[in-house]
Ligand binder design. Structure first.
Ligand code: G3P
Length: 228
């Protein structure tokens, strides 16, 4: 399972790219607004340092979304155009996909919706696990069911577990067979954490320092040899 960051904050993406663990980024209008930058400028900047950058259409009508999707895709070859799981969104996605543009169908909450996304040739479908949990439904169950339906139907659309809220969601997405999980920076950082890793690393460094302290410094070692 590939790990993506769900953010539009450049500094977070830059840091995670430095750690070598992420393969892409998902943005949406809320995240762009939070980052406080111009949409085009920010997406282009992110595309300079990472591939697979989802950028979302905000038009509502199919024809407008087609025009907007072409414009988003023209910004950079790394852009994946996000369309909502609505009749207009899928209609536009179908046109864009037929032109070779990679499409991420967002706001998916059921297996049937995921089948619709696959029908237009989407590159990615994004089930929102956390938002299903929020309404007392099992979000990861839906992710697992979509993966299973796609496998049975030999559908190539990638399943991207979105709306990830905690590290357990990441483990569950991997066990469910998701192709990708996108998560906030705070959750990505949590993936590194384990008390035994921290304690083990502290001990290794302390023991190494002790061996360094026990070593005679070069000059003293020479004097001791000369005296002998
Ligand atoms: O990738 C979709 C994600 O941004 C939604 O997350 O936490 O707003 O439900 P959330």
């Amino acid at each position: 399972m590939k790990l993506y960051l769900d953010t539009a904050v450049y500094e977070e993406i830059e840091q995670a790219v430095g750690w070598g663990v992420i393969d892409g980024v998902t943005t949406n209008p809320t995240l762009i607004a939070k980052a406080g930058h111009d949409h085009e400028e920010q997406v282009k900047r992110i595309c300079q340092i990472i591939g697979n950058v989802s950028a979302e259409c905000v038009s509502e009508k199919k024809d407008d979304m087609v025009v907007e999707g072409r414009r988003l895709a023209s910004w950079h070859k790394n852009v994946i155009v996000k369309v909502p799981l609505t009749p207009d969104g899928l209609g536009a996605g179908k046109v864009l996909a037929s032109e070779g543009i990679r499409i991420n169908v967002t706001l998916c909450f059921s297996v049937n919706q995921a089948l619709l996304a696959a029908a237009i040739g989407a590159y990615i479908v994004s089930p929102f696990a956390g938002r299903l949990d929020d309404i007392n439904e099992d979000g990861m169950r839906v992710v697992a069911d979509i993966v299973s339906a796609y496998r049975q139907q030999e559908i190539k659309t990638k399943v991207l577990a979105a709306s990830i809220r905690n590290p357990m969601h990441v483990t569950q997405a991997a066990l469910a067979g998701a192709d990708i999980a996108t998560m906030p920076f705070a959750v990505l950082k949590q993936l590194f954490e384990h008390p035994l890793t921290a304690a083990g690393q502290k001990r290794f460094l302390e023991d190494y320092r002790k061996t360094q302290e026990a070593k005679p410094v070069q000059g003293q070692a020479r004097e001791a040899t000369a005296k002998r």
